[in-house]
Design a protein around this ligand. Sequence first.
Ligand code: SF4
Length: 405
Amino acid sequence: MRSETAEINRCAEKVLAGERLEAAEALALYRHAPTHLLGRLADGVRARKHPEGIVSYIIDRNVNYTNVCVAKCNFCAFYRDVGSAEGYVLAFDEIFKKIEETIAVGGVQLLLQGGHNPDLPLGWYEDLFRAIKTRYRDFRLHALSPPEIMHISRLSRLTVTDVVARLIAAGLDSIPGGGAEILVDRVRRLLHCYSKATSDEWLDVMRVAHRAGLRTTATMMYGSVELDEERLEHLLRLRELQDETGGFTAFIAWSYQPAHTELAGVEATGVEYLRTLALARIVLDNFDNLQASWVTQGGKVGQLSLAFGANDMGSVMIEENVVRAAGASYCMDEVEIVRNVEDAGFLPKRRNMHYQILGDPIYRERQVPRMLSLATARTDDDTSVPAELAGYPARSRAGKQARTS
Ligand code: SF4
């Protein structure tokens, strides 16, 4: 016991001195340090990186362009099979309308992600991106996580490098770090997400994107089947790639949401979230920003995250579909985010995708309607099929039939 305490104290001294922890040291801290010590160490790292006490957030919209997916991850409650009556693809016009609603409340980007739909070829994404950039020149596209890029690469038989180059030419500004789950292949096999992208493939897409000049985020979905060591390995692999490219802007951890999933199980507790966040802040010493995941944790734990290493409240998030499908449904508009940030003793500022500060809360500059619930991709009774889909070749049998009928 005494030697364990001595080891914790030695590791804590290293963190306080700004030194990098080895894997065994980080694991010892995570497993044995009291929660208040982990929080104090993580908060110290945050304060060194953000001494001005600013907590940032972005106004954007999380749009899922399709829920049709062939990957079938067993932790996912969002996807529908090819040919399902509940499957949808958003029309370009629907996406334009969502962008206009986002711009109206001060939004600056779309976080655009979706299922691995075999009936959406690369040309569909290119045409959509070009149309968005033609209509809304300064609006940014934070779109297509690494597994989606892998899927498009396989579907189009082009290399990831070529797909990324073509998407950038069409208007892609940044890649979200979704689909990372845990970057350990044993875990990915258990989660049925190994075939959508292995750990190396996920990291390679990010490497290609960073080399092509894009900044991206990194994520972790913890609390499903992984061991503590694997959670840590995930962080170390991200740290290694960040040492190599410096292309990650931020890290976001969220807990596995078990409701309505094939994998089922129970959700990690709030303390586990805060300890994991603090571990990430300590280990990811080369990441500037850590987001608070209030979407999965709720506003109150989201606010506490600011004492456990987070310096960013993520997105005001006008729309959300994926976490909601798994049972969690938290909503905070800009007024509520600002209230939580200020009450925690920080200075709230709006930012862009590169974490550059844009200004003070927009509702203090002009009148913006309160948003007390999140929009969804579509209403349940809307089963319309976009007319423009007929112009793109389908790969699945159901897709081919739909386009000839
Ligand atoms: S997590 Fe993504 S890739 Fe996996 S089944 Fe859900 S939509 Fe498909």
